[in-house]
Ligand binder design. Structure first.
Ligand code: SAM
Length: 299
């Protein structure tokens, strides 16, 4: 693996990796970083060059391309549109887990849902959005939290929207199949009530989110940098560990746009190291990395 301090010296040769299986020059890196910034809003500092190489090398092998220069040209061409999506998917970070940052789910359960349950039982809609949902652990954790307060949510007007830029993670989320280790945080009761045990192709024990759980969550492709089709508002939005990868201006824009989609007093949950910088006037803090839409704010 290339060391951080070596990069400038190698750049003088115009090659980030010389002598590797595929030629990868600094120019190639800059082209890829520019596409990624344009499409996903995510900045790639030069220190990420080794990561870019290791994540994309499989794509070059699959396509039978010999250099990153050719790969860049393909991705930038009209025929390369589908590959551009593969590239974005390969470069995004999808780490997630069930009930990550559990205090957000406690907040949802004890500070948001209680005042809504009665209205939902009378037919009012309950809408929650997991923006940057990865492979589904976050929206299913939201669904499990909702079910703990409203066990018959499936029969009411309750919907959890789960969106991501990466089609592969959306497919995984839609299937809702997780290894036993991934659902270790769930109680026995939650597993028994809402998951079905089964075996994967390698005969490992896996758990599939049951029909009632899956029915609450809709997975959709959505680039947070692009147009947002939704017209309705949400009582809660989880946008955690997503905007942290965006440039400052893009982050501020996202917080403003999310504020515009919250119901009065609605909640925005962000990642543990994120803050709603540039949009603080829209929110008031209501717990650790938990923001309520400020009174008199309509987004
Ligand atoms: C680190 S994961 C976080 C998953 C989950 N929110 C959590 O906190 O566990 C970040 C997710 O954001 C998605 N993402 C990155 N850029 C995006 C964009 N421009 N639009 C939508 N999703 C994006 C990635 O594909 C990835 O699945």
């Amino acid at each position: 693996m290339i060391e951080k301090g070596q990069l400038p010296a190698l750049r003088a040769h115009g090659a980030v990796f010389e002598g590797r299986e595929f030629a990868f020059t600094n120019r190639d890196f800059r082209r890829i970083a520019e596409i990624f910034r344009e499409d996903a809003g995510i900045a790639l500092p030069e220190i990420k060059a080794p990561l870019v190489y290791s994540r994309l090398v499989k794509r070059l092998r699959t396509l039978g391309l010999e250099t990153f220069k050719r790969y860049c040209a393909f991705v930038e061409s009209e025929e390369g549109a589908a590959e551009r999506e593969h590239m974005i998917a390969a470069l995004t970070t999808n780490i997630t887990r069930f009930f990550r940052e559990p205090h957000h789910f406690e907040h949802l359960k004890y500070k948001v849902l209680p005042s809504l349950v009665e209205g939902v039982r009378r037919g009012n809609p309950l809408r929650i959005w997991s923006a940057g949902c990865s492979s589904g652990e976050e929206p299913y954790s939201i669904a499990l939290t909702v079910l703990s307060a409203i066990p018959d949510a499936e029969r009411l007007d309750v919907k959890i929207l789960a969106t991501d830029i990466n089609k592969d993670v959306l497919t995984a989320g839609h299937q809702g199949v997780y290894p036993e280790s991934a659902i270790a945080q769930l109680s026995r009761q939650q597993r028994a009530d809402w998951f079905t045990p089964s075996r994967d192709a390698g005969r490992e024990k896996v758990w599939r989110a049951g029909e009632a759980l899956r029915a609450l969550v809709s997975f959709r492709e959505l680039n947070l940098m692009g147009e947002w089709p939704m017209k309705q508002s949400y009582q809660a939005i989880f946008c955690r560990n997503v905007a942290i990868y965006f440039e400052d201006k893009a982050q501020t824009l996202i917080w403003h746009r999310l504020a515009g989609l919250l119901t009065p007093g609605g909640c925005l949950y962000v990642g543990h190291s994120e803050r709603v910088n540039g949009a603080t006037e829209k929110f008031r803090l209501d717990g650790c990395t938990t923001y309520r839409l400020a009174e008199g704010t309509s987004g």
